[in-house]
Design a protein around this ligand. Structure first.
Ligand code: 2YJ
Length: 268
């Protein structure tokens, strides 16, 4: 995942609840429901107010992203968790979270973003969570994926997990990547099809999971397309947004929510 910037997330603390409602309108599930369904669990079974989460800012590498921990915390609160941001950073912040009896810790450096449930020892990484969440969102927005042709753009970490999950949902999956060798290898593992031309792939698919940070020109988008797009920055221009029926996108919400659900239920 590309490093987030402050301007990508600055609205989240103010709008987390509204974002969950917008998601419900687009995919038929609010954030909590989507997150639990993404890992095959019933959201009704879990009272999230029983859990305290702590977001711990990390200064290592390129440092703290203004508003990152606050955004994570706001997303978790919109799901029903109790949450706080530690006042201290790094190991001292982790110590503070443990001292204050947080059940689940959320923390990220430049390479990894993880959640850790100290009670069960369960941990969850953002890449798998993002793939599972966006595959579930596509499923919801498409009214089911069984028998539908779905294109995955990008054969990296998120794309790889997405291919596996979409295949298990009964979709007929094609993969495209600037590195065609990567797409071919992934396709052969999951009985999917690799498409060498990204342009042909996109312009021949209504259902797309975009796991690539590149810009996708609007002229390639099929009228009425349903697109699930976790990558940052946002990949679509005004023409693409106008032609698509639905584009599911956020910089942090869905991935964080699935990590939290996974830590509560111990499901990977
Ligand atoms: O604590 C902070 O504010 C920062 N250290 C957060 C850094 C967030 N990290 C990223 O955005 C990286 N791209 C890693 C994300 C991994 C997602 N699979």
């Amino acid at each position: 995942m590309t490093r987030l910037t402050e301007d990508m997330i600055d609205e989240i603390p103010r709008t987390a609840g509204k974002r969950s409602e917008n998601l419900r309108q687009a995919v038929g599930m609010d954030l909590k429901t989507l997150a639990f369904r993404a890992i095959g669990e019933d959201p009704e079974k879990y009272d999230l107010s029983k859990y305290v989460t702590a977001s711990v800012p990390i200064t290592a590498g390129l440092g703290v992203i203004g508003g990152f921990s606050q955004s994570v915390s706001a997303i978790l609160e919109s799901m029903g968790f109790r949450s706080f941001v530690t006042s201290r950073t790094d190991i001292d912040g982790i110590y503070e979270a443990l001292e204050k009896e947080a059940d689940i810790l959320f923390t990220a450096d430049d390479v990894r973003y993880i959640a850790y449930n100290r009670r069960t020892g369960t941990y969850f990484d953002n890449s798998f969570a993002t793939a599972a969440g966006y595959a579930e969102a596509l499923d919801g927005a498409a009214g089911g994926l069984e028998g539908k042709n779905v294109l995955v753009v990008g054969a990296g970490l998120v794309g790889t997990d997405a291919v596996r999950i979409l295949t298990s949902k009964g979709a007929t999956v094609s993969i495209t990547d600037v590195l065609i060798g990567k797409a071919e290898k992934l396709a052969s593992e999951y009985g999917a099809t690799a498409i060498a031309s990204i342009e042909n792939a996109i312009s021949s698919h209504k259902y797309i999971l975009n796991a690539s940070p590149g810009l996708i020109p609007g002229r390639l988008i099929v009228e009425g397309a349903v697109i699930s797009s976790p990558g940052v920055p946002f990949s679509f221009d005004a023409e693409g947004v106008g032609k698509a029926d639905t584009i599911i996108h956020d910089p942090l919400d869905i991935g964080t929510a699935v990590m939290a659900a996974g830590c509560v239920t111990s499901r990977k």
